[in-house]
Design a protein around this ligand. Structure first.
Ligand SMILES: NC(=O)c1ccc[n+]([C@@H]2O[C@H](COP(=O)([O-])OP(=O)(O)OC[C@H]3O[C@@H](n4cnc5c(N)ncnc54)[C@H](OP(=O)(O)O)[C@@H]3O)[C@@H](O)[C@H]2O)c1
Length: 377
């Protein structure tokens, strides 16, 4: 069996390591743009007979991606930013009729992925969008909690990211594109517009070493997917912050610069795209942070009813960004290859992934994420 991994950046490397270490694949094809990045990493994977081949590809070219997917059992998309590449890769999967898992975190694209549901069903494949950490692990934890309720009334999701562990360039582009302007949240069963990192401030207690931090509404897919998957929920939110919170302000300031830029920016005598300039600056600011713990965390809290009684369920998780994003995508791909995902269509993780099976795999990867939870009647 062959698997295709697209992108070999901060997240893609973690997915590749997991596909290699745990996978059921005889061959993994790594499709990426700068092959020196993958070539430098692949020799660190040792101990298995799995063949790893590399292919240079521009993933905006759907036909070329479909050609590369041919004969693969499953494809994993960890390239980014998703506002540029999510759709061309999904079109390729439909064309090649190859199941796809990705780590999409863009809310606008999330709506467009639902539009591909019929085409994916016609192609006879699952496309699981947003199977990283958040979205991803948090969606599956919501399902784990919802499976214990007869009726879901409220879904609260939240995450904290360390400025000192900021991912790669594509993640910085995403943060500026999606988290610096509008946020969306469901209140009273209606989707409402908010301001990212401004509205909805609330202090939540995350597991150690994070502790109490103030989180805010942000522009993210969870309110969109979870409100569709659990239509009885009157409140569905996703709140976040960076540690230190100054990074939130950097995102707002640099994101505004990108939105208001008219054409390229002049830097040291040459012209640079405003997004490239701003994302480089954000990444540089994050990488210069000193004495900041690298852990990220997420939390889901559900309120609902079981046999007429109100029940509250909380799950939280703490780990590092790269593995907590790339490994869930790999687990999803392995589950597809093992025939454990039965639904076809374009859908978020909570629709098609059995929480028990998935969380067992998460816990099997020691040190990936520490999971906690409690239930209150
Ligand atoms: N759901 C979640 O929990 C979650 C969490 C974190 C990140 N993410 C998302 O994960 C994605 C990857 O983040 P990252 O930190 O790994 O970023 P990264 O280190 O910049 O990696 C991006 C990868 O995509 C490749 N790529 C970009 N444009 C390409 C193109 N046209 N053709 C082929 N390959 C291309 C890059 O190749 P080069 O080496 O040539 O640049 C690189 O390998 C981002 O979109 C981010 O938003 C999701």
């Amino acid at each position: 069996m062959k698997a295709l991994l697209l992108g070999c950046g901060e997240i893609g490397k973690e997915a590749l390591r997991d596909l290699y270490d745990y996978g059921v694949f005889e061959e993994i094809i790594v499709g990426t743009r700068t092959m020196s990045n993958s070539s430098g990493f692949i020799p660190s994977l040792k101990g298995r007979s799995t063949k790893i081949t590399e292919a240079r590809i521009d993933i905006s070219d759907s036909d070329a991606v479909a050609e590369l997917m041919k004969d693969c059992k499953v494809a994993v998309n960890c390239a980014g930013p998703n506002y540029k590449y999510e759709l061309p890769v999904a079109y390729a999967a439909i064309k090649a009729r190859v199941p796809l898992v990705d780590v999409n975190d863009e809310y606008e694209i999330t709506y467009k992925m639902y539009d591909l549901d019929e085409a994916a069903k016609d192609a006879g494949i699952p496309i699981i969008f947003g199977l990283g950490g958040a979205p991803g692990i948090d969606n599956v934890l919501v399902r784990a909690a919802a499976d214990q309720l007869d009726e879901v009334d409220e879904i609260h999701t939240a995450w904290v990211m360390s400025g000192a562990d900021p991912g790669g360039f594509a993640l910085s582009q995403h943060l500026l594109y999606s988290l610096s302007g509008k946020a969306y949240t469901v209140e009273g069963g209606i989707m409402k517009e908010m301001r990212s990192f401004v509205d909805g401030g609330e202090i939540l207690e995350f597991p150690a070493p994070i502790g109490n931090v103030e989180v805010f509404h942000i522009g993210h897919p969870e309110p969109i997917t979870l409100s569709r998957s659990y239509p009885s929920a009157r409140i569905v939110d996703n709140k976040a912050t960076f540690i230190p919170s100054g990074v939130n302000n950097d995102i707002l300031e640099l994101g505004k610069l990108v939105r208001e830029a008219i054409g390229p920016v002049r830097v040291n005598g040459s012209h640079v795209e405003a997004m490239d300039f701003a994302a480089t600056k954000l990444l540089k600011r994050c990488k210069s942070l000193a004495n900041v713990a690298p852990e990220a965390a997420l939390m889901v809290r559900l309120k609902g009813r079981k046999r007429g009684k109100t029940k509250k369920i909380l799950f939280s998780s703490v780990g590092r960004l790269g593995p907590a994003t790339g490994v869930p995508a790999s687990i999803g791909a392995i589950m597809i290859a093992q025939g454990k995902i039965h639904l076809k269509g374009a859908m978020p993780p909570e629709v098609c992934i059995e929480a028990h099976d998935f969380l067992y795999e998460v816990l099997d990867r020691r040190n990936l994420a520490k999971l906690n939870g409690w239930v209150e009647d």
